[in-house]
Every structure is written in structure tokens, then in C-alpha cells.
Design a protein. Structure first.
Length: 138
């Protein structure tokens, strides 16, 4: 499957989910990464008008979990995030943030991901680690 088709399918499964609510769109994929973007608007603000850390964590978990499917290439995989950490380093008030998930370890059952979230100027906003658990439908 080519890059365009992978992104089309990955975005198609987001209908009626949190990803659609947060307007997360998968934008790039490669052999060892998946990238998504999310608009920074009042929908994802804290009361003081900056990007909410929970929305950032939701973006990180979304791209990390989707990366399991994309990089694993097994449609029978059932993926669950089991732990996420997020270090928020810089605030954002507008534009887009981009999250790129790359594997640290790809075990058959447990995977560990690094997700770097940057702003439009490629400045690091948050650094997240996500542990995913994968089992396979029979």
C-alpha cells in the first residue's frame, strides 16, 4: 500500500471518534514513523487560552496507537494504550501542533513509543512516551 492510501485509510477510521472531535488528521507516514496534526483553537484550550495538556496527551496517544497498526501492518491487531507520560515544555495559543510517533521498542505484545509534539516552527512543545499493548483477533 502506498503512503497516500495508508493516510486515507488511517484518517477514515477516525469518523465519530475523539480524533474527529479534536480534528486530528494523519499527515505523513514512513517506515518508522506516523505524524498527525491538530489545530490549536478554543476547543482544546485551558481556561487561560493555551493548549490543554490533556488534548496534547490525547493527540500523542492517538498517533502512537495508530502507528501500531500502520507500522505493524496487521489488521487483526487490537491495540490499547496502557501508560502515557507527557512533559509539556512550551505553551501554544494558535496554529497547529504536529505529533510524530516513532518506536523505541516493538515487541509482539508490548510496544514503547516516543511522540514528539512540535509547533509550526518545529519547536518542541511536548515530549511523550506511550506504552501500548497489542493482542491479535483470531
Amino acid at each position: 500500500m502506498d503512503k497516500k492510501e495508508i493516510l486515507r485509510l488511517t484518517n477514515a477510521i477516525c469518523k465519530n471518534t475523539l480524533m474527529e472531535t479534536l480534528e486530528i488528521v494523519y499527515t505523513d507516514v514512513g517506515e518508522d514513523f506516523l505524524t498527525a496534526r491538530m489545530p490549536v483553537s478554543p476547543k482544546v484550550f485551558q481556561p487561560d487560552g493555551v493548549l490543554h495538556g490533556g488534548a496534547t496527551a490525547a493527540l500523542a496517544e492517538s498517533v502512537g496507537s495508530a502507528a501500531v497498526f500502520v507500522l505493524n501492518k496487521n489488521p487483526k491487531a487490537l491495540v490499547r494504550g496502557i501508560e502515557i507520560t507527557a512533559n509539556h515544555l512550551k505553551s501554544v495559543q494558535s496554529g497547529y501542533v504536529y505529533a510524530t510517533a516513532r518506536p523505541i521498542n516493538l515487541g509482539k505484545t508490548i510496544q514503547l513509543w516516543e511522540i514528539r509534539i512540535v509547533n509550526e516552527d518545529k519547536e518542541l512543545i511536548s515530549l511523550c512516551k506511550l506504552t501500548t499493548y497489542t493482542r491479535y483477533k483470531e
